[in-house]
Structure formats: C-alpha cells, structure tokens
Design a protein around this ligand. Structure first.
Ligand code: SAH
Ligand code: SF4
Length: 386
C-alpha cells in the first residue's frame, strides 16, 4: 500500500489511482469503487457525491462525511481572440497561479503551474522575479487540468479532445515539487484520469540535476530542458541553478533520461529564450550546435516575452530567423515558439499570478523598480474576459 493519511475530510481530487484505492480499502470498500469515483471526477468533472448515480446511498453518505472534491478557486478566466484561455486560480497558501490553454490546429495544449512563484530566480523570468511562496498540492496541480476540462465539457474518453497535451511549463520549477508533480502527471496519463499518452505530457526543467536523475526512475513523460545559454559563464548569469549543476552535468543527466526511455524514438525539447544582444548572436548558435551534438533533440526558440523592468529586449524577427537558420544548417530541427494570447498576457514568462513571496526577492525587485522612480506597475491580473 502507498502512504495515505486519512484526514477527517480528504480531497479526493488529489488522489492518484493507487491512493484512491487505498482510501476506499481504508473505509472498508472494494477497489472498484475507487475506479468509479475517479471516472466521475476526471471523466465527468463531477464534484458532488450525490451526482454519482452508480454509488449507493449509504456509501454516498459515508463519502459526504469523510471526503470532498475541490479544485483551486478560479479567481478569473480570460479568453483571447486567438482561442487562448487563461485561468488564474487561488491556492491554499493564498497565492494565485496561472494556467494557460493554447489551441493550435488539432492540438490543444494546457500549460500547468507547479509552484506559487519560483525560487530559482532566472534573470529573464517574471515568475522568478516574484520569489517563492509554496509548492502546489496534487489537487491544485491536477485541479488545473480538471478546471480546463470542465470548461470544455469533459468526458475525455468520448469527446474529440480539447486538451491533447499538457506541459509543466507554467509557474514554478516542477522538479522542486517532485512527488506532487509525479502524482499529478500519473493522473494525466491514467485511463481513469485524462488518458494522455506519455508523449503528450511534458515536464520542463531549468536543470535540477539530482531530481532529473530520480525522475527517470519513476516516470517516462516527455522532457524539455531550459537551456538558454551555450556556455557556463553565460548560463550562470541567466539560470543561476547552473552554478550548482553546470551544463556538462545537466546534459549528462538529460542523455541518461532519454536513454532510459523504452521507446528510443523520442527526443528532448531544448528550450532557448532569445534575449537581444545577450545570447542571440551567431557565435552562440555555433557554440550551441557543438554542445548539443549527440543529444537527440529538437530546439524550440522562444523570443523573449517582455515584462516591466526585466532589463531585456526581444530580438528582431530577422535576428531570430538568422539564429534558427544557423542551427538548421548544423542539422537540428528548430522551431520558433509563436506568441499566443498576447492580449491576455498569457505568453511564456509573463505569467504573473500574485505570489505572497516568502523569500526577499520580490522586495529587492520592487526596491529596484522604486529606485527607478517609475510609476508602480500593477502585478495582479484583472478579472474578466479580455
Ligand atoms: N521552471 C521550468 C518551467 C517553467 S518556465 C523551466 O524553467 O523550465 C517555461 C519556459 O518559459 C522556460 O523555458 C522558461 O525559461 C521560459 N521563460 C521564462 N520567462 C520567459 C520570458 N520572459 N520570455 C520567454 N520565455 C521565458
Ligand atoms: Fe523558475 Fe523556470 Fe522561471 Fe527559472 S524560468 S525562475 S526555473 S519558472
């Protein structure tokens, strides 16, 4: 049996299949009840035991006394003219995080947050600038998928799917909230959950190497690595965790993860945010081509998405194209991420939420802004459709 603490009331939304089975066994019921309830929750979006028509009255009463089903509270939802949706949800710690849905052709990708804020402080990321408040619970992570699926009408087994892919690329560093992220990803892939294939669930990390090595032992989801620099000197400035786990170690762990996958056709996505005049020069592309030699990968270039007082600029379209071409000529598959949901600030690195910082980072950031004697820029997202 896995570890399960029976609290007076347990939120069943956050229980993986194994933990749900344990819950039902612990209250003297058979395992198949767990499966029925999982389907009600994730396939049908039901949050009231009384709506579970194949569960007898006595058990429904017992469930009402011992459990509940609740996702994080939706504070606002915004819908872009290009089909992008953004939900701001409040988590138990009081902070708000964001979830973004991006439709593109037949694909619908949900970008899910794993933490309120982020402790890793990458220099070009607005989440990092807000400091860190808390890890999200399993219910808060899978709850973002649950909320979006409910919005689209649920029943994933039957509908032509609205959510075809999930990427752990919202706020936070997923590998620093390891157990909860793994449980939530398992629910995304479980047939009793959202039934997504392992190829369609992607974890993105800035390089927490020991956790990446551990990840390979417990899951085989797709992997994205936030590279952003082709040498350690520059990466130390942009992605400070690089000082602890430099590029050689990160690429070694990446290769080990890829080699550990049962299907050897998959490639790792290398994310590279292009910052004008910082890491977007032809020499960087050349250095990157050498660095990635031998790594089965595709490269996704993300032109920097500006936010106030970041100190960085987005390169011109020409500079982006030149960078892409240079890598292509070295034999890499290189795509450029389109900016989506511009009218609702839903692009990568622009997710703001509202984080009650427990580090002192956001204070330093605000102080720097104040020294600039510029007018205060609101950091919370306004409610209502764009
Ligand atoms: N913490 C994880 C996942 C969340 S960030 C990670 O860093 O991988 C998702 C991606 O958006 C990362 O590659 C991140 O570096 C990138 N990103 C962050 N801020 C950005 C910005 N302002 N413009 C463009 N990309 C950004
Ligand atoms: Fe954290 Fe990722 Fe932002 Fe870096 S880029 S601060 S790891 S969320």
């Amino acid at each position: 049996m896995s570890e399960l603490t029976l609290t007076p009331t347990t939120n069943l939304l956050g229980l993986s299949r194994e933990k749900m089975e344990d819950f039902f066994l612990a209250i003297g019921e058979k395992k198949f009840r767990a499966h029925q309830v999982l389907k009600w929750i994730h396939h049908n979006g039901v949050d009231a035991f009384d709506d579970m028509t194949n569960i007898g009255k006595a058990l429904r009463e017992q469930l009402n006394a011992r459990a509940y089903i609740a996702g994080p509270k939706v504070v606002s939802s915004q819908f872009s003219t290009d089909g992008t949706c953004k939900w701001v949800v409040r988590v138990a710690s009081g902070s708000c995080v964001e979830t973004v849905y991006i439709p593109e052709g037949k694909r619908g990708t949900l970008c899910v947050s794993s933490q309120a804020g982020c402790a890793l402080d990458c220099s070009f990321c607005s989440t990092g600038k807000q400091g860190f408040n808390s890890d999200l619970t399993v219910a808060e992570i899978i709850g973002q998928v649950w909320i979006a699926a409910r919005h689209f009408g649920n029943v994933p087994a039957k509908m032509d799917r609205s959510i075809t892919n999930v990427v752990m690329m919202g706020m936070g560093e997923p590998l620093l909230n390891f157990d909860n992220v793994v449980d939530a990803m398992n629910l995304m892939m479980d047939d009793l959950g959202y039934g997504l294939s392992k190829r369609r669930v992607t974890l993105s990390t800035s390089g927490v190497v020991p956790a990446l090595r551990k990840l390979g032992q417990v899951t085989d989801v797709s992997l994205a690595i936030s590279l952003h620099a082709s040498n350690n000197t520059l990466r130390n400035q942009l992605v400070p965790i690089n000082k602890k786990y430099p590029l050689e170690e990160l690429l070694d762990a990446t290769l080990a993860y890829m080699n550990g996958l049962s299907d050897n056709k998959r490639v790792v996505t290398i994310e590279y945010t292009l910052l004008a005049g910082v890491n977007d020069q032809p020499a960087h592309a050349e250095e990157m081509a050498l660095l990635l030699k031998g790594i089965p990968c595709k490269i996704n270039l993300i032109p920097f998405n500006p936010f106030p007082y970041s100190g960085y600029e987005r390169p011109s379209n020409n500079a982006v194209r030149r960078f892409q071409e240079k890598l292509r000529r070295s034999g890499f598959n290189v795509t450029v991420r389109k900016t989506r949901g511009d009218d609702i600030d839903a692009a990568c690195g622009q997710l703001v939420g509202s984080v009650d910082d427990r580090t002192r980072r956001s204070a330093r950031y605000s102080a720097a802004r104040a020294l600039d004697s510029a007018p205060e820029v609101p950091t919370t997202t306004t409610a209502g459709a764009a």
